[in-house]
Design a protein around this ligand. Structure first.
Ligand SMILES: Cc1ncc(COP(=O)(O)O)c(C=O)c1O
Length: 412
């Protein structure tokens, strides 16, 4: 046998062994030993790209994070971010230093100066709203000695009403217009200027993607200069992408003068599990009720004790690995894809509606098969002919997927 032949045979053996190893290593990593669990895993991975009805970015870029995490044995360390990320460390193993970096990064994006901001990486948009409402109500009480009234539009996310209920606040719903925006004249009608006003603005209502017109609503509030006001912005979804578009002023405190803002981390930013950002001012934080807890980091003004340290690390990782330029690209592509979807629906005369600056299109509800295939979220509104569905165009929604949906709509 010639040397060349021998070399070729050896090469084939090595490559074959490598392929077999890869197949087994991959299969081994995939199988849990629980058929039900493995089947579920396969199913969710298969279906993720057809998820059009809910505002979850399925283009998640955390693979290397998990590799790094495992390579450094962090899966055997109990981490916990209990406590104020800015105050002195408790004895817990936390990732507060990275939390502060995340907050420093995002503060100016939402118009907060670094020396005035207080914030945290929250558990979710709802957790951020909970803090906005709780901090807002206490701020107003502690400054005025009076009980505030909370106002929110009837199209805002249900968590706001739920949280008012939980916090035993008097809640007044403000009527919204057909497209879901709070009506300034209706705010005027229900406003009690003798009591402090805690108002929650919807920065992207959940079903119709409506943006409350903060300028017009602030003008209504300004007619009552003696009425103390706290404005919390529920920007769970839109607060993720708007800062990276030409509409960035819509979530800028310097322009719109809100006191706090909540954003979800698992919507636009691509966290793979619930997380969020909550930002307010140091002045608001300093006017909260004090609970000195010596065994944590002393002054616990936040609602939750334990908070995820791992989520903070993931957020930090995304900030470093995706970051401003890619988020800008993604945000603008999402809005372009939303326009494309709308134009394609218009072409086939499928009744559909979209608010300005929104990545959400609501439309006549298609057949149950289509609703199921694309996991569409459904609602009802007689002003738009009754049964409706919506699509939230996130990063994973491609032209091919839109075209497939349009074909499915045309089938019947
Ligand atoms: C406007 C709005 N606010 C709040 C939430 C709740 O956010 P999370 O799911 O992060 O708790 C949502 C969720 O869809 C939302 O659309």
């Amino acid at each position: 046998m010639t040397k060349k032949k021998l070399f070729a045979i050896l090469l084939v053996i090595v490559v074959a062994a490598f392929v077999v190893y890869c197949i087994f290593a991959h299969c081994g990593a995939k199988k849990s030993g629980f058929a039900e669990l493995d089947a579920w895993a396969e199913d969710v991975v298969d279906r993720k790209l057809s998820q059009l009805g809910y505002p979850v970015n399925q283009d998640i870029q955390l693979k290397e994070f998990y590799e790094w995490y495992l390579a450094n044995d962090l899966e055997i360390v109990g981490l916990n971010n209990a406590g104020d990320p800015y105050s002195k460390e408790s004895g817990l193993l936390s990732s507060h230093q990275f939390e502060r970096e995340v907050l420093d990064y995002f503060a100016p994006i939402y118009g907060f100066d670094k020396d005035e901001v207080w914030g945290m990486v929250s558990q979710s948009g709802t957790d951020g709203n909970n803090h906005g409402i709780y901090f807002g109500a206490n701020y107003l009480r502690n400054k005025t000695g009076k009980e505030p009234v909370m106002y929110v539009s009837d199209e805002a996310h249900y968590s706001n009403a739920r949280l008012a209920d939980l916090q035993n606040l008097e809640l007044r719903f403000v009527k919204s217009d057909d497209m879901g925006r709070m009506i300034p004249e209706e705010l005027e009608k229900v406003l009690d200027p003798t009591r402090p006003c805690l108002i929650v603005y919807a920065m992207g209502s959940t079903f119709k993607g409506a943006i409350d017109d903060q300028k017009a609503l602030n003008a209504v509030l300004a007619k009552h200069p003696d009425m103390p006001v706290f404005r919390h912005v529920d920007a769970a979804l839109f607060g993720g992408y708007l800062p990276f578009t030409k509409h960035k002023d819509m979530v800028n405190r310097k322009v719109l003068h809100f006191e706090s803002i909540a954003i979800s981390g698992h919507k636009f930013f691509g966290m793979d599990e619930p997380a969020g950002l909550f930002l307010t001012t140091r002045d608001v934080y300093d006017h909260q009720n004090k609970y000195d807890i010596a065994y944590l980091n002393e002054d616990m003004k936040m609602i939750n004790c334990s908070r995820s340290a791992v989520n903070v690390l993931k957020f930090w990782w995304l900030m470093k690995h995706v970051g401003f330029d890619k988020w800008s690209e993604q945000a603008n592509e999402m809005l372009e894809m939303t326009d494309y979807l709308k134009a394609e629906m218009d072409k086939i005369h499928w009744p559909n509606w979209k608010n300005d600056m929104s990545n959400t299109i609501f439309f006549k509800r298609p057949s149950p098969e289509v609703v199921k295939k694309y996991s569409l979220a459904c609602n009802k509104d007689d002003r738009f002919g009754g049964d409706l569905s919506h699509i939230v165009v996130m990063q994973h929604v491609t032209k091919e997927k839109v075209n497939e949906l349009i074909q499915d709509l045309q089938k019947k």
